[in-house]
Design a protein around this ligand. Structure first.
Ligand SMILES: [Zn+2]
Length: 417
């Protein structure tokens, strides 16, 4: 069965036919020659209206198609020019398998973009004998198509997150839909400024903002303010993941301060690798270390105390009623404010400030699955880690949308992947 017969079955055009398939001159590629159907009129690439043929271009154009059996396949076609009555000028025709500017067919771009969901861009490039750049362009094309054809209707719950990248000097703002049955990235912006989040709400229609019931975020002041301003009707919640993250950072700060202090006091070897858990194993202390266990305890107790306060706060999330959770919170905050552990006091203070937003967690309980934002945070970080080839913020953005946004795709009569 000739290849053109197979193509006619899988990838048919109304106004064009596959004329013949031949080896390229070098014998390494297959060339599928295409010609217009008899009496078909070319379509203007500017206005998409048919018009009379003006002339043919001097040479054939080649468009890369999906390879077969490890052999590269090119569509070869001599473009016509249309004497377009609507545009009142001579314009190159539009062809259904690609657009004039690209050397890859639309189908091949969807093909590469879909593989890029399963493999890294570099791997896709290697497997299909193409360049990283071509894979990137294909993914970018798919993402753009998806964003244009996406709708944000019936979004009820949002999760707002920030992620540091490039070793913490730059931040991304990510907005997720976190509804049961529909969880995906909706929007991302460079920076974590108010403007960044305003841009998201600018893209939402007023009735879509009215649909919002729950918004989950961390304590970043810019987000708190913009949410209050733009979606004040929704219940705004500080979520477990971000609160515990803040507490973890505080515990670690206490530990590092303490380690530094011990270092200065000449106890460096003790805390070098041991951290506070060494306390349980005093036999590991050598004679050379001029420190008594008692001394070590007085130092390390700070880290232990910080850790215990953090552990204790886990209980907050177990409450069923906001009333009891509120009591626990107040008691915990009072206790922590007396702890003489500045990093924890700082978190306690901001938890007190945002008490209503914290207690909103209990108003929304049952409607939100707790781990969604955390899960996305992990996936986004993984995408960034795999992204050694994403040298530009633009490429990183495209990669995150491609992996996390569940963007729509056109319907294909046949999927080649
Ligand atoms: Zn036209």
């Amino acid at each position: 069965m000739p290849l053109e017969t197979i193509l006619n079955r899988l990838h048919k055009f109304k106004s064009f036919v596959y004329a013949r398939v031949v080896w390229s001159i070098a014998g390494r590629e297959l060339e599928v020659h295409i010609r217009p159907r008899k009496n078909s009129r070319p379509v203007c690439s500017a206005c998409r209206q048919p018009g009379p043929v003006y002339d043919h271009q001097q040479s054939d154009r080649r468009f890369e198609f999906v390879p077969v059996w490890g052999v590269a396949v090119f569509f070869v076609y001599r473009m016509r020019r249309v004497d377009c009555p609507t545009c009142s000028r001579v314009v190159v025709e539009h062809v259904p398998w690609g657009d004039g500017k690209h050397q890859t067919t639309t189908t091949y771009r969807w093909f590469l973009a879909n593989w890029a969901k399963r493999l890294s861009w570099q791997e896709v490039a290697v497997v299909f004998h193409t360049s990283w750049q071509t894979v990137f362009r294909s993914v970018q094309f798919a993402v753009r198509w998806g964003i244009v054809h996406d709708t944000w209707d019936n979004v009820v719950s949002l999760g707002i997150d920030e992620i540091a990248w490039r070793k913490g000097h730059k931040y991304l703002t990510l907005v997720y839909q976190i509804d049961e049955g529909r969880k995906r990235l909706l929007f991302l912006a460079q920076e974590r400024t108010k403007e960044a989040l305003h841009r998201f709400f600018d893209l939402m229609r007023p009735e879509q903002i009215d649909d919002l019931k729950f918004i989950v975020s961390d304590m970043w002041q810019n987000y708190l303010e913009v949410v209050r301003e733009r979606a004040g009707e929704a219940v705004h919640i500080l979520d477990r993941f971000h609160v515990m993250k803040k507490l973890n950072e505080a515990v670690d700060q206490v530990r590092r301060d303490e380690a530094r202090r011990l270092n200065t006091d000449g106890y460096e070897p003790v805390l070098n690798k041991t951290r506070w858990c060494l306390l349980k194993r005093p036999e590991h202390l050598t004679d050379k270390q001029t420190v008594t266990l008692q001394e070590l305890l007085t130092y390390n107790l700070r880290t232990v105390r910080a850790w215990l306060l953090r552990e204790d706060f886990q209980r907050f999330w177990e409450y069923r009623s906001a009333g009891w959770a509120g009591r626990f919170l107040d008691e915990w905050v009072t206790r922590t404010m007396r702890s003489r552990l500045p990093p924890l006091k700082k978190v306690a203070q901001s938890l007190r400030t945002h008490r209503p937003l914290l207690l909103n967690w209990f108003r929304a309980k049952g409607s939100l699955s707790a781990g969604v934002v955390e899960g996305f945070n992990g996936k986004a970080k993984l995408t960034m880690k795999r992204a050694y080839g994403y040298r530009t913020p633009e490429a990183l953005e495209v990669a995150l949308y491609h992996t996390l946004a569940k963007l729509p795709e056109p319907t294909f009569t046949h999927r080649f992947w």
